[in-house]
Design a protein around this ligand. Structure first.
Ligand code: 5GP
Ligand code: ZN
Length: 103
């Protein structure tokens, strides 16, 4: 499978890794649209939020909980969380990721 975020997960291509645990990795967006722009990415390859299945709630909830913890560790007073879903939703990389942005 030719997925750039799977390759980042597997350390086949480098990234500015901020966090890793059993369910997700977090790294800096290569083309930041805010002062802080992180991508919170499940280790499981799920193409889009429109593809999540029963049982994936734990993974998706974990992404949001990880964002909350990063907000504390990165000392952010506020931030935006965004999923782009599908081509028409502005999604370019078809491996689920939660954008975390703060100015
Ligand atoms: P999307 O439009 O799919 O929601 O967002 C994909 C994001 O991934 C974009 O903000 C883009 O800058 C970022 N991105 C794409 N390729 C790479 C990469 O190889 N490394 C990193 N760190 N970010 C990437
Ligand atoms: Zn993938």
């Amino acid at each position: 499978m030719d997925c750039i975020f799977c390759k980042i997960r597997d350390k086949e291509i480098p990234s500015s890794l901020i966090h890793e645990d059993d369910l997700c990795i977090v790294f800096k967006d290569i083309n930041p649209k805010a002062r802080v722009h992180l991508l919170i990415v499940p280790k499981k390859h799920i193409p889009t939020i429109a593809d999540i299945e029963d049982g994936d709630e734990k993974i998706i909830g974990h992404l949001i909980k990880t964002a909350k913890e990063l907000g504390v560790s990165q000392k952010l007073s506020g931030y935006r969380l965004q999923f782009n879903v599908g081509k028409d939703g502005g999604q370019d990389v078809f491996h689920v990721h939660l954008h975390m942005m703060a100015n």
